[in-house]
Design a protein around this ligand. Structure first.
Ligand code: HEM
Length: 531
C-alpha cells in the first residue's frame, strides 16, 4: 500500500489553501482530536505506537501497511489503536480477534466508515462494498447474493471453462506477458458473468476506486469538511465527480443493453451450457445482470442502483482475481515440487486428451488445496475493506469507541508455524480430505473477509481460480527464467506491489512452456467454443 506517497499527494489540496484557512483547519482538527480522545474516559483504548501531537500516527503508516501492523503486533499485542488526526483506528492483528469481533459481533462491526472519496464522490453512495450498514446495503447485498451464491454461480461455469482454455492458449502463444493475459481474462470473465458478453480484449483497470478506500488515501477522509470545497480548489473532487458521471453512463448503458436484449429475445434465456456465439435466435445469455433485470422490482431497486450493483461487481472481481493468479505463478516458480504433484494428480484424473473441467473438481483435491493456499499464503487484500463500529464496545478490557474505523490485518503468522511456506498439504489429511483451521468456514483462510460483509463474489472467484489453475497445470510447465549463462534466477518471494487495497507480487520473469505438443490441438477444440 502506497500510503506515504498517497498521503503526500492527498496533502496537496490542503497546501493549496491560504495560510488562514490552513490554520483554521489545524485548530479545528486539534479541538476535534481533544473531543475524540476524551472518549478514553470509558476505558483504555487498545495500546499502540505513540504519534505526533494533533496528527497522531498519520506519518507512521507507511508503505506495506499490513507488514507494519504485523510488526507492531509483537510490541503491542493482537489489537492496537492508532490516531489518524483524531480519528480512532483499531487494527485487529490476529484471525482469532478478527473472528471474535467481525464475525461474532457482526452487528457492531458490520458497517463501513464514511468513505468520502471512494463511496460518496467516485461512486455516488451506491456501491454495496463501500456503504454503511442500512436499508440500501441490505437490499443491494440480498440482490447480489441471489446472483452469486454457491448454486447461482453454476451458470457461469461453462463460460469460465472456455475463458480458462483461452487464457492458456494466449499464454502459450505469448508467455512473457502472462500478467497481461491474466488481467484480460479476469476482466473478460467478469464482463461475461455480469453482462453475458462474449470474451473481451480489454483489461481496463478499475483501480481508481480501490485506491481510495483505505484510511489516509485521501485527506478528505481525515478532514471531511474538505468535501465541501469548491472544485476549483479541490481538483481531486472534480476528478472524482467526473468519473462518477462517466461510470454511471457506462453502467446504465450496459445494464439497459441487457434489458433490451431480453425484451427483443422475448425473455428466453439460452441453455446455461450454451457458449457465447452458440445461442439460438430469440435467446439471451443468462448473466448476473439478466437475473437482476428479472428481479429488480422484487428487490425494490431503482435502475441506477441495479446498474451500479452490476457494474461494481466488475470492479470488485477483476483486480483481485488477476492478482491471485500472479501469486499462483510465483508459487509454482518457487515450489516446483508442488507443481509436479498437482500435474500428476491432473494427469491421473484428466489425462492428456482433454482439458480439466468443473466435473473433475471433486477428484482434484490437491489442485483445490493449491487454490486455498494461494489465497492464504499471499492474501491479495491483506487488510480487507475497512469496517466501522456502530456502538461502543469493550474487548479484553479495552474500549473500542462507536465510530472507530476497524481494520482486520489477516497477515497473521500465529495460525501456522510455517506460515511463510507454500504448502497445500496443510489442507489435506492422509485420505486426501480437506482439513481447514477453525473459523474459516471451510475456506482454509480468511482472505474473503468476515461475517455479514464477507466477499459476495467468493464462489465466482474460487471457481475462476480453480479452473484457470487446473488448466494451466494441465497445459504448461512454469519454471524460473534463466540468464544468458543458463542459470535460473528466482523471483523475490517478498517483494509486493502495493496498489492500496489490492496487493500482488512485483512483476517478474519466468519460463512458461507447453508440457507437450499435443495440447495445442486440444486447446484449439476448446477455443472453438469462443465466438
Ligand atoms: C481472489 C478474489 C477476491 C478476493 C481475495 C476478495 C476479497 C474480498 C474482501 C476481503 C472483501 C471485504 C470483506 C469484509 O469486509 O469482511 C470483499 C468484499 C466484496 N467482494 Fe470480494 N474478493 C474477491 C473477488 C470478488 C469477486 C469475483 C467479486 C464479484 C463477483 C467480489 C465482490 C465483492 C463485493 C460485492 C464485496 C462487498 C461485500 C459487502 O461489503 O457487503 N469479490 N472481497
Amino acid at each position: 500500500m502506497d500510503l506515504l506517497p498517497s498521503t503526500v499527494t492527498a496533502l496537496r489540496p490542503l497546501l493549496s489553501l491560504s495560510l488562514n484557512q490552513s490554520l483554521l483547519a489545524l485548530v479545528a482538527t486539534y479541538l476535534f482530536t481533544k473531543v475524540l480522545l476524551s472518549i478514553n474516559a470509558k476505558g483504555p483504548l487498545p495500546p499502540g505506537p505513540r504519534g505526533l501531537p494533533v496528527l497522531g500516527n498519520i506519518f507512521q503508516i507507511s508503505k506495506f501497511q499490513w507488514l507494519k501492523y504485523t510488526e507492531w503486533q509483537k510490541e503491542f499485542g493482537p489489537i492496537i489503536s492508532l490516531n489518524l488526526a483524531g480519528n480512532p483506528v483499531i487494527v485487529v492483528n490476529t484471525h482469532e480477534v478478527a473472528t471474535d469481533l467481525m464475525e461474532r459481533r457482526s452487528n457492531i462491526y458490520g458497517s463501513r466508515p464514511r468513505l468520502i472519496m471512494a463511496s460518496e464522490i467516485l461512486t455516488g453512495g451506491v456501491v454495496v462494498g463501500f456503504i454503511a450498514y442500512g436499508e440500501l446495503w441490505k437490499k443491494l447485498r440480498k440482490a447480489g447474493h441471489e446472483g452469486l451464491n454457491v448454486r447461482a454461480v453454476d451458470k457461469y461455469k461453462p463460460m469460465q471453462e472456455v475463458e480458462a482454455a483461452a487464457v492458456v492458449a494466449d499464454i502459450i502463444k505469448d508467455p512473457n506477458h502472462w500478467l497481461d493475459h491474466f488481467k484480460r481474462t479476469a476482466a473478460s470473465a467478469m464482463l461475461s458473468a455480469v453482462y453475458g458478453w462474449p470474451a473481451t480484449e480489454s483489461k481496463d483497470d478499475p483501480i481508481r476506486v480501490l485506491q481510495a478506500v483505505l484510511p489516509g488515501a485521501y485527506l478528505v477522509e481525515i478532514f471531511p469538511a474538505m468535501k465541501h470545497l469548491p472544485t476549483w480548489v479541490a481538483p481531486w473532487k472534480k476528478w472524482g465527480l467526473e468519473w462518477y458521471k462517466k461510470d454511471t453512463e457506462m453502467f446504465e448503458g450496459f445494464y439497459d443493453g441487457v434489458a433490451k436484449t431480453m425484451v427483443s429475445a422475448n425473455s428466453q434465456p439460452a441453455d446455461e451450457n450454451a457458449h457465447e456465439g452458440h445461442q439460438r435466435e430469440g435467446e439471451y445469455k443468462p448473466s448476473f445482470a439478466s437475473s437482476l433485470v428479472d428481479r429488480q422490482e422484487a428487490h425494490r431497486l431503482s435502475n441506477h442502483e441495479a446498474a451500479w450493483l452490476a457494474g461494481s461487481m466488475f470492479g470488485a472481481g477483476t483486480d483481485t482475481t488477476a492478482s491471485a493468479l500472479s501469486v499462483f505463478i510465483l508459487a509454482m516458480v518457487l515450489y516446483p515440487d508442488v507443481m509436479r504433484k498437482a500435474q500428476r494428480e491432473i494427469d491421473t484424473v484428466v489425462g492428456s486428451g482433454r482439458l480439466p473441467t468443473f466435473a473433475d473438481a471433486p477428484y482434484l483435491p490437491y489442485v483445490r488445496a493449491i487454490v486455498m493456499e494461494v489465497l492464504r499464503w499471499r492474501p491479495v487484500t491483506p487488510l480487507g475493506v475497512p469496517r466501522r463500529t456502530t456502538e461502543d464496545d469493550w474487548y479484553k478490557g479495552y474500549f473500542i469507541p462507536k465510530g472507530a474505523v476497524v481494520i482486520a490485518n489477516i497477515w497473521d503468522p500465529n495460525v501456522y508455524p510455517d506460515y511463510d511456506e507454500f504448502r497445500p498439504e496443510r489442507f489435506l489429511d492422509e485420505e486426501g480430505n480437506h482439513v481447514t483451521p477453525p473459523n474459516t468456514h471451510g475456506q482454509g483462510h480468511v482472505s474473503f473477509g468476515f461475517g455479514r460483509r464477507v466477499c459476495l463474489g467468493m464462489n465466482v472467484a474460487n471457481n475462476a481460480l480453480f479452473i484457470t489453475m487446473a488448466s494451466l497445470l494441465w497445459a504448461v510447465n512454469i519454471e524460473p527464467a534463466r540468464g544468458t549463462d543458463g542459470k535460473p534466477f528466482l523471483p523475490s518471494r517478498t517483494d509486493f506491489l502495493d496498489e492500496t487495497l489490492v496487493v500482488r507480487p512485483v512483476p517478474f520473469k519466468c519460463h512458461i512452456s507447453p508440457r507437450s505438443s499435443d495440447i495445442t490441438s486440444v486447446l484449439q477444440i476448446a477455443k472453438q467454443k469462443l465466438p
